[in-house]
Design a protein around this ligand. Structure first.
Ligand SMILES: [Zn+2]
Ligand SMILES: [Zn+2]
Length: 403
């Protein structure tokens, strides 16, 4: 049940002997790739971006890097300064991975907590706290800060929200779709119906499987840790043997999701009650699905509008014409007025995307791209020369008045 570990070198994809320059280059490349502005709504990119920032923060500083190399983690305050923090205490920053270290060496009290919440810094919420991620990390922090003791009863806690990113293509976004997602979430334990209690007897501690301690790796070193769940006893009194007293168990289930027509890139959909179950029967969190919509090679979406570029012949533009253009419903006629200019934009009303929230359709915007005819044959060349003679005026005349 260790928290997901981020080896800083692995995060940046560099060798442990990498030079400062290599580290900087790797950081720049990854930071660009995962920047939230370039991946709107993408939680996994956001998470990676944070990890990259954190890795670079440590590895770009020779002192921090040295400490990281030696101990497998880096702390702002070193060993002695990081005393117990009250609520909102100055804990290590979120995402800091201390999971490999045996803090009981520094805090003789170990798991015997004094009560009160752990410092705000160490808590992971949202996507980070899926099943499997909630154990080691948080428990170690609360031990560290004198948080909940092992034998102590925990108060019921509302389940956390889950965040999923769903890739859909252009047409699925426009038409909407029904999807079945396999979601791994904490669900109410069926044995104890969420109470976490067995009523009688003892259950083997699920965290340490009864041994009373857990071991974790940090780089090449292995650390022993008193089991944070049972405080070293290896057993939990009155605890449900299925969920170990938590009242919930990780389970993968299929969730039916309806993506409404007109979903945009970054649209966030809430599925109430399908987040993680709460502990001890507390209410569940919600599931949030963010849609990531693939670009179409021709139709470009701008909100509810569709934008396209339509090639137009010189004579169509000069004389005016009715041209056929593709829309998301099929072909449509667009009237080009005589004397249309290159780059001029025309609007086809309500040929855009249906917005299921407003019940209205956007427009299609057609940008005219005037193309010169190919003059391979003699007759075309003659005609164009004749045209040139008829129009001796300088086509760039207006340009000269502006410079
Ligand atoms: Zn245990
Ligand atoms: Zn149970």
């Amino acid at each position: 049940m260790a928290a997901p570990k981020h080896d800083y070198y692995e995060t940046l994809g560099v060798d442990r002997k990498a030079s400062a320059d290599d580290i900087r280059k790797a950081y720049r490349k990854l930071a660009r790739k995962h920047h939230p502005d370039l991946n709107p709504g993408d939680k996994s990119s956001e998470e990676r971006f944070k990890n990259v920032q954190e890795a670079y923060d440590v590895l770009s500083d020779s002192k921090k890097r040295q400490m990281y190399d030696q101990y497998g983690f880096y702390s702002e305050s070193g060993f002695t300064g990081a005393g117990p923090g009250g609520p909102g205490g100055q804990g290590p920053r979120p995402g800091m991975d201390f999971s490999g270290f045996d803090f009981s060496d520094f805090f003789s009290g170990g798991a015997a907590g004094t009560g009160g919440a752990a410092g705000g810094g160490g808590r992971r919420t949202g996507a980070g706290e899926g099943p499997g991620a909630g154990g080691g990390f948080r428990d170690i922090f609360s031990q560290f800060f004198g948080g909940r003791g092992a034998a102590e009863e925990q108060p019921p806690e509302k389940g956390s929200d889950l965040e999923y990113v769903m890739d859909i293509d252009f047409w699925q976004a426009i038409r909407g779709m029904q999807a079945r997602l396999n979601i791994t979430r904490y669900d109410i334990c069926e044995t104890c119906h969420g109470s976490g209690s067995s009523g009688a007897g003892e259950a083997t501690c699920p965290e340490c499987k009864g041994s009373g301690h857990v071991s974790q790796m940090a780089g090449a070193m292995r650390f022993n840790l008193t089991c944070p769940r049972c405080g070293g006893a290896g057993k939990l009194r009155n605890a449900c043997p299925t969920c170990g007293g938590e009242g919930r168990v990780p389970r993968t289930e299929t969730v039916e999701v309806r993506i409404p027509p007109g979903a945009r890139n970054g649209s966030r959909l809430r599925v109430a009650g399908k987040g993680n179950a709460g502990t001890m029967g507390a209410p569940p969190g919600d599931l949030y699905i963010t849609t990531k919509v693939e670009e179409h090679p021709f139709f470009h979406r701008e909100g509810d509008n569709i934008e396209i570029k339509a090639p137009v012949a010189v004579w169509e533009a000069a004389l005016g014409s009715k041209i056929e253009v593709p829309t998301i419903d099929g072909r449509a006629l667009l009237k080009i007025p005589p004397g249309a200019k290159n780059g001029q934009r025309f609007r086809l009303r309500e040929k855009g995307v249906m917005n299921s929230r407003t019940g209205q359709r956007g427009d299609q915007i057609v940008e005219v791209v005037i193309e010169a005819p190919e003059a391979h044959d003699e007759e075309t060349r003659e005609l164009l020369k004749k045209l040139a003679k008829l129009h001796p005026e300088d086509p760039r005349a207006s340009v000269w008045t502006q410079v």
